[in-house]
Design a protein around this ligand. Structure first.
Ligand code: UD1
Ligand code: CA
Length: 494
């Protein structure tokens, strides 16, 4: 194919009325990627110059596109007067002999279908070509019917369709290819005498047929051409996309337990021999190495997981790097560019924020480390936290190699804890700890021999006094209540 003779136009100006969220459906993510990018990326991969027609939420859609593409052209449809009108609004950007038009709301479309359409259109020297499909109840989803009427081929929109579903189950997919000369002649002739008073792009088929021009069709499976008009259709399309992604990783040796309950985004990678369990989300560009085990209900977003890592259940890892042979969780929270180095352990109810935990180090229970750099073979005792925020700014903590932080420490940053040092359990460490030192920062314990018995006697006596007082006051109030009752009974006020 001669790609330079073809240009793609993506119709993306529509109002998303049926989507009913008050937002453009094209900004909605499907397996982690905005819907609009499925078509723009496809055409980029085919090296087709592309124009996107924008209208509703134009600026937001444009921003998403320009974050990913540098070459795309834009056209504006200031008022949404239908798909034919949208195409006409792009006319000033047409540079090629053939114009390939696609609806922006078909994220499941494949390269194969587009290539088939292009090839057929060019080899048959067609004036118009388009993709068709079949579905059981097209009216429910609003697809246009492809029908023959009195020798003319036409597309009849659901709103104007009179026949029965069984007679006409061939539908218009929403992908077309036209000779530019055909469009120049016939696009200005489109009328808007229909149920919506819109200029329907689909009416071009009837025009081509009526003028005995060459029309070609390519059939595609319904699952690849599904349009997304409603939230329900988005749900269906995302399930199909997700199933495709999971099948792909299964083919690459990834075991999914209860695959139906796993969410995988389209831009993640998972290494051979890894297992992904029930309710887990692997999203947002995450890379998982080989032989990793991700246990149920973990969420891993925009993170890199090395080889042979175990992430126990209910762990949340965001924007972070987890190196090989580490063990994380259950219930760990690792975020904001944290790094867990080789063979380290992060246990249950441990939160790490903007923190590096060195190789072979351990923070096994109930800890918070923020803005901390911990060296190798460091131990963080249960219940330890860094006090890294002074009410105005974040302060760093450095814990050098082999330091042993006792349980329930508060490390008040900024702070450095030297190599090979110890801190005593329950300490509030506010000053630097030199290497090899033991830091104790807590009240000393005093044992008073035999004092426990004295205390018990004292408490028992106090308790007895209280009980006696209570009884006395109850007796007094009973007598008072009885008196009130008798007085009122005598005066007849019962
Ligand atoms: C369209 C087709 C229908 C086909 C179906 C396939 C028409 C008239 N009908 O119907 O035959 O079976 O797609 O999914 O084309 N758009 C604009 N400007 C507008 C209106 C729409 O840019 O004024 C864009 C939308 O953003 C969308 C695309 O065109 O991406 C299709 O519009 P939509 O309203 O979804 O058309 P359907 O009713 O699905
Ligand atoms: Ca649609």
């Amino acid at each position: 194919m001669n790609a330079s003779s073809i240009q793609a136009i993506i119709l993306a100006a529509g109002k998303s009325t049926r989507f009913n969220t008050g937002r453009s459906k094209l900004l909605e993510r499907l397996c982690g990627q905005e819907m609009i990018l499925y078509t723009t990326k496809l055409f980029e991969s085919l090296s087709l110059p592309t124009t996107v027609v924008l209208g509703y939420e134009a600026e937001n859609i444009k921003k998403v596109i320009t974050n990913h593409h540098t070459q795309i052209m834009f056209a504006e449809q200031p008022e949404q007067k239908g798909t034919g009108h949208a195409l006409a609004c792009s006319q000033h950007t047409w540079m090629s002999d053939h114009i390939l038009v696609i609806n922006a709301d078909m994220p499941l479309i494949t390269k194969k279908i587009i290539n088939e359409l292009i090839e057929k259109h060019l080899t048959k020297n067609a004036d118009v070509s388009f993709v068709t499909s079949h579905t059981e109840n097209p009216s429910q989803f609003g697809y246009g019917r492809v029908i023959q009427q009195n020798g003319t081929l036409k597309i009849v929109e659901t709103r104007n369709y009179q026949g029965t579903e069984i007679d006409d189950c061939c539908i218009n997919a929403g992908i077309y290819m036209f000779k530019k000369t055909f469009l120049n002649n016939y696009l200005p002739q489109l009328g808007s005498q229909n149920a919506q008073n819109e200029f329907y792009l689909t009416d071009l088929i009837e025009k081509a047929s009526a003028h005995q021009l060459t029309i070609e069709t390519v059939a595609a499976s319904f699952d690849h051409i599904r349009g997304v008009n409603t939230l329900k259709e988005l749900w269906s399309a995302e399930q199909i996309k997700r199933a495709e992604l999971i099948s792909h990783w299964m083919d690459n040796g990834v075991r999914f337990f209860a695959a139906q309950a796993v969410h995988v985004d389209e831009n993640v990678t998972i290494g051979q021999g890894s297992t992904i369990s029930y309710g887990t989300h692997v999203i947002n560009g995450t890379k998982i190495g080989i032989n990793c085990h991700i246990e149920p209900f973990s969420i891993i977003s925009n993170s890199t997981i090395g080889n042979n890592v175990t992430i126990y259940s209910h762990s949340v890892i965001t924007d972070s790097t987890i190196e090989a042979h580490t063990k994380i969780g259950p219930f760990a929270h690792i975020r904001t560019h944290s790094t867990i180095k080789q063979s380290a352990t992060v246990g249950n109810f441990v939160e790490l924020k903007a923190t590096t935990l060195g190789a072979n180090s351990k923070a096994k229970h109930l800890a918070y480390l923020g803005d901390t750099t911990a060296g190798e073979r460091v131990n963080i005792g249960a219940g330890t936290i860094t006090s890294n925020h002074n009410g105005f700014s974040k302060q760093p903590t450095t814990i050098e190699d082999n330091a042993y932080i006792g349980s329930n420490n508060t490390l008040v940053a900024p702070l450095t804890i030297g190599k090979n040092s110890y801190t005593a359990a329950g300490s509030v460490i506010t000053k630097q700890v030199p290497p090899e030192a033991l830091a104790i920062a807590r009240a000393y314990q005093v044992n008073k021999e035999g004092y426990a018995r004295k205390l018990r006697e004292k408490f028992a006596k106090e308790q007895q006094t209280k009980t006696n007082e209570l009884k006395e006051s109850e007796a007094v109030s009973f007598v008072a209540a009885l008196k009130t009752h008798n007085d009122s009974t005598l005066s007849g006020n019962t």
